[in-house]
Design a protein around this ligand. Structure first.
Ligand code: HEC
Length: 154
């Protein structure tokens, strides 16, 4: 009985840790930060598509996307930007360059710029395209400002 119980427990623990790790072999920190980036991309492109006229402007959808940007920039990312998880150690699995963890890294400042730009965007997201368009620039600018020095080219 004891043996069966402990076997059952082992199975539960093993399958739980598979779920936590994302169910595949990738480095969990890399998986998590890429997911965070994908959520930036998803929400920003909703607004970008409206600004470019690819989709109709929808105040509620614009506000929701901008609010999501604010929420994303407010989350702590400390658990998945870890030294030792750059392309120097993990190769092609990640495009994060070691310089992002250097003593003179500007990544935190750029992250703060993105947060401020997202708050400014959310403040006008329901006010129509003439207000949204100009507010998108500083948000996209912060993405590029970090990718240029700290993300390896494809
Ligand atoms: C402070 C730095 C920083 C900021 C700000 C930043 N990124 Fe990134 N981004 C990175 C790095 C580094 C990677 C590479 C991640 C990896 O492969 O480990 C990346 C990767 C990505 C990826 C690819 C994700 C994948 O699945 O491989 C997308 C998409 C992306 N960023 C979009 C954005 C958008 C949109 C913004 C702005 C709203 C943004 N990023 C802001 C640093 C940043």
């Amino acid at each position: 009985m004891k043996l069966i119980l402990s076997l059952a427990l082992t199975v539960v623990v093993a399958s739980t840790s598979m779920v936590i790790a994302g169910g595949h072999d990738g480095n969990p920190a890399v998986t998590a930060r890429k997911a965070h980036m994908q959520l930036y991309q998803h929400n920003l492109s909703i607004l970008g598509n409206m600004a470019r006229g690819n989709t109709d402007y929808d105040a509620a959808a614009a506000q929701a996307a901008a609010d999501n940007m604010v929420a994303l920039t407010t989350m702590s990312q400390a658990g998945y930007w870890l030294p030792g998880t750059t392309n120097a150690e993990l190769g092609d699995e990640t495009r994060t360059l070691p310089a992002i963890f250097g003593a003179d890294s500007t990544a935190r400042t750029i992250g703060a710029d993105l947060a401020a730009a997202s708050v400014a965007l959310a403040a006008v997201a329901s006010d129509g395209l003439d207000a949204v368009g100009p507010a998108l620039g500083p948000v996209g600018g912060a993405c590029t400002a970090c990718h240029r020095p700290y993300r390896a080219r494809n």
